[in-house]
Every structure is written in structure tokens, then in C-alpha cells.
Design a protein around this ligand. Structure first.
Ligand code: UD1
Length: 424
């Protein structure tokens, strides 16, 4: 297995372009299933989750090619409605294939998805929503069979008890070609939902209100070929800003959508960082010593993102004083804490609350990536730490960060990836 090795305690300095958003590109690739033609998607990051999605599209009959960061999907000949267990298990977000396949084929046969182990991650909202469109759901040999073959999908009113990102995406995907109008109340408002709707609307869908809590989708008869550019990844942008903050560094992110990272900028300013926003640029300059962040609570967008909780916790380990972080979205998203303690961090946990007492600096350690964002907390801690850090199980990191060692290396970090071949 590959490893990342970091010699820490070096200031990061420079400008970067942030990769396209993983959480946008995955549902958008699934949405290409609904198009009777060719979709050209620009700014697709090279990530294992994206490659897993492409494999499923190919299994379903799509022709998919990649040229750098552009992925072209020809969905003219989709001829299957099932996803095998091994492909389904590669990632949690494969559940959005439910709405995509059902919308295209009228029937979807899927096993339950895999993904990060950060909680129970049930799919009840996804399933009950599909039933509200008139689909029937049964289980056969461990597979979910979701069928609307007899009457087709009919637009409906759906009120979500929680603004689930994936359930909102599944509803949009199922509604686009359904008969009549669908109205979602308490929809997720994440920027990735708006990006999915933008792509679909370019193809001829009629989606209004994406990004608000009420979304209306008028069903259309078909979708046509288009091109689309995926938005920059706000979680990756936040991670690299935190990297600069933890190394007394200075970073500028070019071609970003600043509003999307507003919830991360606010606590970084509280910690004493100077953050300036100008057009599509965001620059951060860190003070020699960071101040504590009184309280961070993860919330649905536009609240503080759960996907930046682990990284912000890495930062608070070196803030002066005591910081508190409450995880409200996933019930067991604290696996990185055990690894942060190896760097000399002082963290106490009570239920969903972590109390972090800042130390002067971290010390290099041998750690593992426990999950995707927990893994990025490891390289952040390693960048600050005195001495050498070795991170194993980095396949988790590769699900969401494209070549982090290259990006951080360009900013001045002493970081390298050691592949199996080099070790042997
Ligand atoms: C998406 C993101 C993930 C992010 C999360 C929350 C993608 C590919 N992934 O995941 O990076 O951490 O949003 O911002 O976009 N829930 C239920 N029943 C359901 C569905 C969800 O109880 O049917 C619960 C979950 O267990 C969790 C909460 O709702 O506690 C949030 O989940 P959800 O918004 O659905 O997250 P994902 O779409 O899985």
C-alpha cells in the first residue's frame, strides 16, 4: 500500500488552482444517464471515487472517455439497470445511481452502498422518496429492486425530515423525466445540488430553486447533449487554506467561488488569519500563533461543513487555549482523534463534542488515514509537526484529493508519496 511521508514544520507559500468538486462530479456523472446523447464534463478531478463512478457507467452501457480533466459520456446505448455488488461497495455515493437508473430505465437493481465508515448512513429517505414517485421497492437476494416499470414515475410533493444531500440529488434525478411536477421541501442547499441542477437545466431539464430549501422540478420528455464545467471543490479549498494556517504560511486560491467557503473563512479569521476575498480569489495569511476557535458546530450548508470538521480539529490542536467542536451530521465522525493524539494533540471527547486544548506544536508520528477527511487531517498535522510523519492507508485520501503531495510540494512542503514499487 502507498504511504505519504512528510518532514514537517515548513511554511507554505504560493498560489494554487483548486480541483473540481468531487461531490458535484459524482451526481453529475450519474445524471448523464438521463441524457439521450453525449455529455462533456470539464474540470473532473482524477480521484478513485470518480473512476469508480465511471466504471459503473461503463457497466450500464455508456461509452466513457477521459482526456485530462474532461470526461465525455455517451449514454445513447444504456442497456442495463443493475449495479453489481463489488462496484456498488466502492463508494457510498453510488446510492445516487438509484434515481439515475430509475429515471432512465424505469427499474433499478442495486445492493446497499459502501463508503467512508463515519456513521450508520442509512438510506431510508432515498427509498421512501422513490416510493412517493410511485416506485415499488423489494429486496431480492440482498439487492434492492426499485421498479416503476408499469406506470412510470409521477411527480409528487416530498418533504424531507432532514436535508440529506444524496436524497435531494436522487429526487432531482428521478423527477427530471417523471410525469408532472415534483416539489421538494427541506431540500439540501449545498452548492453541489445547484451544480447538478445547472448541468441538468443545460440539457433541457426544468429545475427551479436549487440551492434553496424548496426545489421545483417540472418533468420533461427528454434531455439533450451538453457541456458543463464542474465547480471548484470547497472542501479541498478549505483544506489547503488550513494547511497554510497551520504552517504560518500564505496561500492564494485562484478561480474559486468565495461564497462556498464562507463557513470555513469565518473560524479561520477567528483564529487570527487574515483572509481577503477579491473576485474569484481568496488569500490567507497566517499569524505566527493561532488563537482558539471558541465553538464550531457542523451543520447542513450554509453552516460549517462536516467535511471540514477533521481538518479544523487538526488546526485547533495548535491554537492557544481551548476550542470546542460539535459534530451534528454524522454520529461517529471522530475516528481521526485517536490518530491526532499520536502527534501529541490534547483532545477529550464526550459524545458528539470534542474539547481541544492547544499545544505549542505537534510532533511527527506514524499514523493512518481513518477515512477521507480524517486522512487529510493527518497530512495537515504532519505539515505542522516537528520531525517526520508517515501516513498509511492513503487510499482513503485518494478518494477526494487529487495528488495532494504535488499541490503541497508546490507550496513548499517536504512531502512525498512512496509507492509499493519503490518500497520493494
Ligand atoms: C454528502 C456528501 C458527504 C457529506 C454529506 C453531508 C457526497 C457524495 N457526499 O453525503 O461528503 O459529508 O453529504 O454534508 O455528496 N441520513 C438519513 N437517512 C437517509 C440519508 C441520510 O438518516 O436516507 C442521514 C445520514 O445518516 C447523516 C445525515 O443524514 O447523518 C446527512 O447525510 P446526507 O446529507 O445524506 O449525506 P450524503 O449524501 O451521504
Amino acid at each position: 500500500m502507498d504511504k505519504i511521508i512528510i518532514n514537517g514544520n515548513r511554511r507554505l507559500n504560493g498560489e494554487i488552482t483548486v480541483q473540481g468538486a468531487k461531490n458535484s462530479v459524482l451526481p453529475i456523472l450519474v445524471a448523464t444517464l438521463l441524457v439521450n446523447g453525449i455529455s462533456v464534463i470539464h474540470n473532473c478531478p482524477v480521484l478513485s471515487d470518480v473512476e469508480a463512478t465511471i466504471k459503473i457507467l461503463q457497466y450500464l452501457g455508456c461509452k466513457v472517455t477521459r482526456d485530462g480533466h474532461t470526461v465525455t459520456v455517451d449514454s445513447t446505448n444504456v442497456n442495463r439497470n443493475d449495479v453489481p455488488d463489488n462496484l456498488m461497495r466502492e463508494m457510498r455515493s453510488s446510492i445516487v445511481f438509484l434515481g439515475g437508473i430509475l429515471g432512465r430505465m424505469g427499474k433499478a437493481v442495486l445492493s446497499t452502498p459502501g463508503g467512508c465508515e463515519i456513521g450508520l448512513r442509512p438510506i431510508d429517505l432515498h427509498l421512501s422518496s422513490m416510493e412517493q414517485f410511485g416506485a415499488t421497492i423489494t429486496t431480492e437476494n440482498g439487492f434492492l429492486v426499485c421498479s416503476a416499470e408499469e406506470k412510470g414515475l409521477t411527480g409528487t410533493r416530498i418533504t424531507l425530515s432532514f436535508p440529506s444531500v444524496g436524497a435531494t440529488e436522487n429526487i432531482i434525478l428521478a423527477a427530471v423525466l417523471a410525469k408532472g411536477t415534483t416539489i421538494i421541501t427541506n431540500a439540501a442547499r449545498e452548492p453541489e445540488i445547484s451544480d447538478l441542477a445547472d448541468f441538468l437545466n443545460r440539457c433541457g431539464a426544468r429545475i427551479h430553486g436549487a440551492g434553496d430549501s424548496t426545489v421545483t422540478i417540472e418533468g420533461v420528455n427528454g434531455l439533450h447533449s451538453t457541456e458543463h464545467t464542474v465547480i471548484p471543490d470547497r472542501i479541498v479549498a478549505s483544506t489547503y487554506m488550513i494547511a497554510a494556517a497551520m504552517t504560518n504560511g500564505k496561500i492564494c486560491l485562484r478561480d474559486i467561488i468565495p461564497a462556498h467557503i464562507g463557513p470555513t473563512i469565518q473560524p479561520l479569521r477567528e483564529a487570527g488569519c487574515d483572509v481577503t476575498v477579491s473576485g474569484r480569489w481568496v488569500c490567507l495569511s497566517a499569524p505566527p500563533k493561532l488563537k482558539r476557535i471558541r465553538m464550531i458546530r457542523t451543520m447542513p450548508y450554509p453552516g460549517f461543513p462536516t467535511d471540514v470538521q477533521a481538518q479544523m480539529m487538526a488546526l485547533t490542536t495548535i491554537c492557544e487555549g481551548t476550542s470546542v467542536i460539535v459534530e451534528n451530521i454524522f454520529e461517529s465522525r471522530f475516528k481521526h482523534i485517536g490518530e491526532l493524539l499520536r502527534f501529541g494533540a490534547r483532545i477529550n471527547v464526550e459524545g458528539r463534542m470534542a474539547v481541544i486544548e492547544g499545544v505549542k506544536h505537534l510532533n511527527g508520528a506514524n499514523v493512518r488515514a481513518t477515512d477521507l477527511r480524517g486522512g487529510s487531517a493527518m497530512f495537515l498535522a504532519g505539515l505542522n509537526a516537528y520531525g517526520t510523519t508517515e501516513i498509511t492507508e492513503i487510499h482513503h485520501i485518494d478518494r477526494g484529493y487529487e495528488s495532494p503531495e504535488k499541490v503541497l510540494g508546490e507550496l513548499g512542503a517536504d512531502i512525498k508519496r512512496v509507492t509499493d514499487d519503490e518500497k520493494n
